[in-house]
Design a protein around this ligand. Structure first.
Ligand code: AMP
Ligand code: MG
Length: 408
C-alpha cells in the first residue's frame, strides 16, 4: 500500500494540461489563461476628466488681487463626446467625469471649488488655484500600449475579466475544461427516480461526483452504471474512451465482482490500486486506451473523500492550474477522535475560527457508508498513520475544503 502523498505524486506525474481554446469572455471565469495578454492600446485611451467640473488653463485659475478669476463658459462636454473647439485664454468648459479633456485645457477644477449661476451660467468663478494636470487622467495612465497586463497561467476571475473587457477581449484564450466520464458500477445500483427494491440502493455516487467535478472546473458526463460483468464494463468503458479522464466508483476492491482492475489490465494498465488511508483504501489509478482512469471506491463517503484528495487535483492540473490542493491548518479538535485507525484517517469535521484558534468538531459517526456526516463538514481532520488517538482539546492538521487551493 502506498501513502496518500505517493499516490497523488504518481497520479499527477501522468497528467498534463489540456490544449488551449478560445471561449467567450463571460465563460472564462475560473479558467486558466493560455497566452500572455499584451495591450495594443493605451488605457485610458484618451486624457479625461476625473471630476465633474470645468476644464481650463491652469494659469487662468489665479486670483487677481484677492478676486477669484472669472472665466467665460464656452461649452459643455458630457462623457462620450469630444469638444468641438479648444479652450482659449479666459475661457472654460463644463466637463463631466470621463469626458475627454478639450484641447488647450491643462487642468480640471471640480465643480465644488467654483461658483456660477447653475447649468446654463455663461461664466464661472474659480475659487481655488489649480496646478497643471489637476484632475486629468492622462492617456495610458493605467496601461501603456505594448504593456503585458496578464501572464499566461493566470487564473481568470472577476478582476481579470474586467481588465480583459477593457482591452476588448470578446473571447479569451484559455486551457479548455476536461471532459470527465463518470461510471457507476454494481448490480445493486438503481437510478434516483426508481423505487427501492429488495437488495437495491440508489446511485448516489454518480450524482455526487457530477456536482463535485463541475465544482472543480471539469465538464462531467454521467455514462450510467455498469453491471458487475466483464461485458457490461467493457461496453461502458468503450463509451468513456472519448473523454479526457474517466472516474469510476465501486468495483475496485477485492470482492468477486470487483472487475474494474481486470478491465484496466485488459485494455490498459493499473499503476496502483491501494492507498494507506481511511476512508478509501481501494483507489485504483491507471489508464485505458491512453485515457487516465481514477477508480474510486464504492462506499459513498470513500468516493467523496478520495475524489477530493485525488480527483480535484487531477482536474485542476488538466485545467492548467498550478495550485492543486486544499490548504491545511492546525486545529484544536474539541471533541477528539477516538477511533484508533492504523491507516491515515481523514475525519469529517466542521472547523470555525473562534478569534484565537481554529476549532474543529467532528460531524458524527465516521463509517464510510454514513453520508450524513458529510453534511456540515467543511474540513477533513488528518489523523496520522499508526493508530493515533486525538484526545479532546488536542491539535491536529485539517484540510480546509472551502478554502482556495494552494501549491503542493
Ligand atoms: P464496491 O466497492 O463495488 O464493493 O462497493 C462498496 C459499497 O459501495 C457497496 O455497499 C456498494 O453498494 C456501494 N456503492 C457502490 N456504488 C455505489 C453508488 N454508485 N452509489 C451508492 N453506493 C454505491
Ligand atoms: Mg460493487
Amino acid at each position: 500500500m502506498i501513502s496518500v502523498e505517493e499516490a497523488l505524486a504518481r497520479i499527477l506525474a501522468h497528467i498534463t494540461p489540456l490544449a488551449p481554446v478560445r471561449v467567450p469572455l463571460s465563460e472564462a471565469d475560473g479558467l486558466v489563461l493560455a497566452e500572455d495578454v499584451i495591450s495594443v492600446e493605451n488605457i485610458p485611451p484618451f486624457a479625461n476628466s476625473a471630476m465633474d467640473g470645468f476644464a481650463l488653463r491652469s494659469q487662468d485659475s489665479q486670483a487677481d488681487n484677492g478676486q477669484p478669476a472669472r472665466l467665460q463658459v464656452i461649452g459643455s462636454i458630457p462623457a462620450g463626446y469630444v469638444a468641438e473647439h479648444a479652450i482659449e485664454p479666459g475661457t472654460a468648459m463644463r466637463i463631466m467625469t470621463g469626458a475627454p479633456v478639450p484641447a488647450g485645457a491643462d487642468a480640471v477644477i471640480q465643480v465644488e471649488l467654483t461658483h456660477s449661476e447653475g447649468r446654463e451660467s455663461a461664466w464661472v468663478e474659480i475659487l481655488q488655484e489649480v496646478a497643471p494636470g489637476n484632475n486629468i487622467r492622462p492617456a495610458g495612465d493605467d496601461i501603456q500600449q505594448g504593456q503585458k497586463v496578464l501572464t499566461q497561467g493566470t487564473e481568470i476571475r472577476g478582476w481579470e475579466i474586467g481588465l480583459l473587457a477593457t482591452l476588448g477581449y470578446a473571447t479569451v484564450p484559455v486551457i479548455r475544461r476536461p471532459r470527465v466520464a463518470i461510471l457507476g458500477t454494481g448490480d445493486e445500483i438503481i437510478d434516483v427516480d426508481e423505487a427501492l427494491q429488495p437488495g437495491k440502493i440508489r446511485n448516489s455516487n454518480s450524482y455526487l461526483l457530477e456536482a463535485a467535478i463541475r465544482h472543480a472546473g471539469g465538464e462531467p458526463h454521467r455514462l450510467g452504471v455498469a453491471r458487475d460483468t466483464v461485458e457490461s464494463l467493457r461496453e461502458k468503458f468503450s463509451a468513456a474512451l472519448s473523454h479526457d479522464l474517466i472516474i469510476t466508483s465501486g468495483g475496485v476492491s477485492v470482492g468477486d465482482f470487483d472487475l474494474v482492475k481486470d478491465i484496466m489490465r485488459e485494455q490498459g494498465q493499473v499503476d496502483f490500486w491501494r492507498i494507506n488511508m481511511r476512508p478509501g483504501k481501494p483507489v485504483a489509478f491507471g489508464q485505458i486506451g491512453g485515457v487516465p482512469l481514477l477508480g474510486l471506491p464504492g462506499n459513498p463517503v470513500s468516493s467523496a473523500v478520495t475524489f477530493q484528495l485525488f480527483g480535484c487535483p487531477v482536474i485542476r492540473k488538466l485545467l492548467g492550474h498550478t495550485r492543486l490542493v486544499k490548504p491545511q491548518v492546525e486545529v484544536v479538535v474539541e471533541d477528539g477522535v477516538q477511533d484508533r485507525v492504523m491507516r491515515r484517517h481523514y475525519v469529517r469535521a466542521h472547523v470555525a475560527w473562534n478569534g484565537t484558534a481554529f476549532i474543529a468538531q467532528t460531524t458524527g459517526p465516521q463509517g464510510s457508508h454514513i453520508m450524513t456526516s458529510l453534511l456540515n463538514a467543511n474540513a477533513l481532520l488528518i489523523v496520522p498513520e499508526g493508530g493515533v488517538e486525538i484526545h479532546p482539546g488536542e491539535r491536529t492538521q485539517a484540510m480546509m475544503l472551502d478554502w482556495p487551493e494552494v501549491n503542493l
